[in-house]
Design a protein. Structure first.
Lengths: 88, 455
């Protein structure tokens, strides 16, 4: 398989092509000046390691489980059917 | 309700009738049964002489990107047309716990992708003042419902201006709080680093009350933070605000309409006349702000929406194999605008482009944030127009995506800075934006009260 992946493959959208309007936005960024003095101002929203939530499994409620099953796209004879998988 | 002039059931029924009959395309689904059940409970409480809370029995609307258990949550998309929320968003749950009654899931641009609420499977939202014009977006249905009194308040979502711009287009108040003040848990992610939950209402007092209820740290959103309640007395006096700034280049831009410019400068004059110092500030060009925002937002949305492949939920369309199923499901069910943004995001995240575009945009965002920090050493408040021009006619934005992106020029910068910003429906034809430094949401409301008095 080729190492080069086109945007339609990357996006899982058939026939997708880059948009001219969007490319015009990217050109502005390409032509902009970088500033190397901003390193200390970044990521003020990062989460502190001391403030992480507990890593626990929370059981879903019965209604939650029921709706998750209802949302599943395909059901046959009481089984939830996934899309056909072919390895390549 | 307490004085028994109107029952809660009558109030809720009246709003439901208005929503049902409305021709503005603001409704994706009505929550009629549960709304009437909740209203009847409030009436029983009042009849029994029990005390009711400030928001108890107040009907409200919800942009259709919020999870509300058991309701259709479509994001105005074909892909999720029949998707039901298994759980409820934290912000919405807090309002329900306070007794508010959810009435309606509101029309918006699909997944928040748009500035006009035309990118939707439920029909373009019409402007509350002139139905030939767009309702604005992406929280267009929410702003129009509030403007037309179909809901008492609505909860919108703001990633790059999606609460503030439709609020301005429909002449109501719309608040984007400091990033993290309100939990994003249960809000469908568009661009996680700027997504904010916020209220749209007809008064500053309503904004304050609803904001207080929704705010607070939530273990389910690790970027949320604990905040103090904003008191009514605290925002009634703006004497602490000594200096107001505005971005000179926003006002001198060729893109701004002459009326909005004149009206904005007239407002500045009135502020000066009240003894407040006004400072002109230099800021980044509009095209730089828009390009930085869209580069990052597209990268984030490409990542966030990659989960929508029809495997566990959504309108799956079977192909020959798994990959084929993914791509047919996505190409058939995403709108053109959503596809444009997903593809753009994958472009900038791919090898060879990420250094040149994505990382550079991150660097520009840091420069923008640094500039805001400097600015707020000099001024207490930054005032700006909400949009450079009046709302376009329905149909125009879809033909010219670049023009639509550029129309967000005045809102996206504040999103990148994570700053609290309120639209007030005064000062220009599409309102004014009031911005303060991070976590100074109270100061924004303070200055809004001051402006309300002088405009």
């Amino acid at each position: 398989m080729s190492n080069i992946m086109t945007v339609d493959i990357l996006s899982s959208i058939k026939g997708a092509k880059p948009s001219q309007s969007v490319n015009q936005l990217f050109e502005v960024i390409q032509n902009a000046n970088q500033n190397s003095n901003t390193a200390n101002t970044v990521n003020t929203n990062v989460v502190s390691l001391h403030d992480l939530r507990e890593d626990v499994v929370i059981e879903s409620s019965a209604i939650e489980k029921q709706i998750i099953k209802e949302n599943f796209p395909k059901e046959k004879n009481g089984f939830l059917v996934v899309a056909k998988v072919i390895e390549d | 309700m307490v004085s028994k002039e109107i029952s809660c059931t009558a109030l809720v029924q009246e709003k439901l009738d208005l929503l049902k009959q409305n021709k503005y395309h603001t409704v994706n689904s009505l929550l009629e049964e549960t709304a009437l059940e909740l209203a009847s409970k409030v009436d029983s409480k009042i009849a029994n002489g029990e005390k009711i809370g400030l928001l108890e029995g107040i009907p409200f609307g919800i942009k259709d990107v919020y999870m509300v258990q058991g309701t259709y949550t479509t994001a105005s998309s074909n892909l999720l047309k029949k998707y039901k929320s298994p759980y409820t968003a934290t912000a919405i749950q807090k309002l329900v716990d306070a007794g508010s009654i959810p009435l309606v899931k509101e029309n918006c641009d699909s997944f928040g992708h748009g500035s006009s609420s035309e990118n939707t499977i439920f029909g373009a939202v019409k402007n509350a003042i002139n139905p030939a014009l767009v309702g604005g977006g992406s929280s267009g249905g929410s702003a129009v419902n509030v403007a037309k009194d179909f809901t008492t308040f609505s909860i919108g979502g703001d990633t790059g201006g999606s609460i503030r711009q439709p609020a301005g287009y429909n002449k109501v108040y719309g608040f984007k709080p400091t990033y993290g003040r309100v939990s994003r848990f249960g809000l469908m992610a568009y661009a996680s680093s700027t997504d904010c939950v916020g209220p749209i209402a007809k008064s500053i007092e309503d904004i304050r009350i609803v904001l207080n209820i929704m705010s607070g740290k939530d273990v389910k959103d690790q970027t949320s933070y604990a905040s103090e309640e904003i008191l009514e007395e605290e925002i009634s006096n703006a004497s602490a605000i000594k200096t107001v700034g505005y971005f000179k280049n926003f006002i001198e831009s060729k893109a701004i309409s002459s009326t909005i410019k004149e009206d904005f400068l007239a407002t500045i004059k009135k502020i000066k006349a009240k003894g407040i110092k006004v400072k002109e500030l230099d800021f980044f060009d509009a095209d730089m702000l828009v390009s930085t925002y869209y580069t990052l937002a597209m990268a984030e949305t490409a990542s966030n929406l990659s989960r929508l492949d029809g495997t566990n939920y959504g309108a799956r369309i079977e192909g020959e194999n798994l990959k084929d199923t993914y791509s047919i499901t996505r190409s058939e069910n995403f709108s053109e605008e959503s596809k444009r943004r997903i593809v753009g995001g994958n472009q900038v995240l791919s090898q060879g482009f990420s250094d040149e575009i994505y990382l550079k945009a991150q660097n520009l965002r840091d420069q923008i944030s640094a500039r805001f920090t400097e600015d707020f050493h000099q001024v207490d408040i930054i005032l700006s127009p909400v949009t450079p021009a009046n709302p376009p006619k329905i149909g125009e934005s879809l033909q010219d995506p670049l023009a639509m992106y550029l129309s967000d020029a005045y809102t996206v910068g504040f999103s990148l800075g994570g700053l609290p910003t309120l639209t007030i429906p005064k000062g220009t034809s599409t309102g004014l934006q009031i911005t303060a430094d991070q976590k100074k949401d109270a100061q924004v409301l303070q200055f809004a009260n001051f402006l309300n008095d002088i405009l």
